[in-house]
Design a protein around this ligand. Sequence first.
Ligand SMILES: [Zn+2]
Length: 411
Amino acid sequence: MSDLRINSDRLWDSLMELAKIGATEKGGVKRLTLTDLDKQGRDLVTSWARDAGLSITIDQIGNVFMRRDGEDNTLPPIMTGSHIDTQPTGGKFDGNYGVLAGIEVVRTLNDRGIRTKAPIEVAFWTNEEGSRFVPVMMGSGVFCGAFTLEHAYAAKDTEGKTVGEELERIGYKGDQVPGQHPIGAYFETHIEQGPVLEDADKVIGVVPAVMGLSWYDCTVSGMEAHAGPTPMHLRKDAMQVAARIIPEVVAIANRYPPYGRGTVGMMQVFPNSRNVIPGQVKFSIDLRNVNDELLNKMHEEILAFVDKTSADTGLPIKIERVSYYPPCPFHPDCVGAVRKATEKLGYSTMDVVSGAGHDAIYAARVAPAGMIFVPCKDGISHNEIEDAKKEHLEAGCNVLLHAMLERAGVV
Ligand SMILES: [Zn+2]
């Protein structure tokens, strides 16, 4: 078993083949969830699964489970998976790598005629990206009971189409009740989507935990007025007040190192005209930390700062938490299996806390879970120029193979 390796060319070719569906001019992929292109991607991956002898189950939120029987099929499967939907200007590897690495694990086991004690399953989860429909990580979220199927079905895109309708339309609304699907252990391989591994020149990131996240919508209300005739002391300038809060978001993150994160990434100015004093400014706040206690302190500090700023300026400011999930430590058995496989295979490695959300967070609520990171070029993802090295993808897939075998048991 110790000389068992995946087929790197085959993995790469599958990644490139899938990336043709929704390929963009700049070398990326646009395959939004539950579109015709997503259907084509789903059809291709499931056809590969059938060719590899896997049986397929689809649940009511469109999560797809591709199963290779074990010797004892009463055991819960050892599962790996990720997502094949992308951002509007996404790359070839985010999510897709985790799914196709799973397919490659199965193909390798088939090549060598290896039987496992527990079944092996490869999954892809619906709407991980959350770009077309909110919330993000929808399929895995429904699966673990983070929110209801009805809530997910009702989510609308900008054209008013719902998840329920679109699932039906592309033929991926299955029968299985989400969550009625036992998992013995869950592994997910993913590009790091950050620069840490590349910076440290390491090949495999063992992921002990994923950061928790708190999202806010913040609205400052002022008074629109002409930029010329209105003297400075008589203004209610929503932009200037918003501009006090924004640096504080970063300051809060910096007060809770090394994993504090603070970002204002979205802003809307009303009426957004150069000679009008802004009457209203809406912006997003994204706070993260790997420690829930610290994340809570960050939460309290931003609320307190917003209150104080409103009192100091006399302008009403509304801040509303719109999303939250706590930090997610992964299971010691799964983290241990990844670490052991990495050491056995001799890859350079370090621990990397994930700053991004993944389906594994929700899987971890219902089963022992762990993740494997590989470097991506310049740490760039959610971008058409997202890139990863073939040998790194190979290494991550080999680690996945050996970690899954350890948990599944070889007959
Ligand atoms: Zn992803």
